[in-house]
Write a protein that binds this ligand. Sequence first.
Ligand code: HEM
Length: 129
Amino acid sequence: MSQETKLFTREELKCRNTREDAILIIHNGVYDVTHFLDEHPGGEEVLMDLAGKDASEPFEDVSHSSDARQLMGKYKIGELVEADRTAAKPAYAPQWTNDTPAENNSWSSWLVPLLLGIAATVIFRYMFL
Ligand code: HEM
């Protein structure tokens, strides 16, 4: 899609949710799946449930193959206008975050037993030696 990319707003796409005219929004791209409904290996039902809406998350939840991603290109009719786009994120973004509280936990997880060990050694020495 090198020349003119057709731009759509989410508002105007909302009503395109019938078997005669079904579109999906996936990662800010707009896909006309009307003629794909019958052929979709995952069934027509899942596509119709999401027609007119943003299907990026359900699409990724299914872990579609690279073949499926290539096939999508055939149905792309345009993209969302700048104002309606969501922030791009990698297709295989991990669902967890590595933030600092986890590191704090690992600190205390060995510090507490260590202090208990030292305390036990001191008490043992005073009482029995
Ligand atoms: C233009 C968009 C889409 C295309 C081109 C597409 C294509 C495909 C293809 C080729 C497969 C076969 C398995 C594979 O190669 O990954 C598949 C399976 C499937 N798709 Fe899609 N798909 C699209 C959108 C969606 C969406 C929005 C959903 C919503 C949940 C969905 C749900 C499924 C499910 C449930 C399967 C069956 C998985 C299985 O039985 O193993 N698909 N799709």
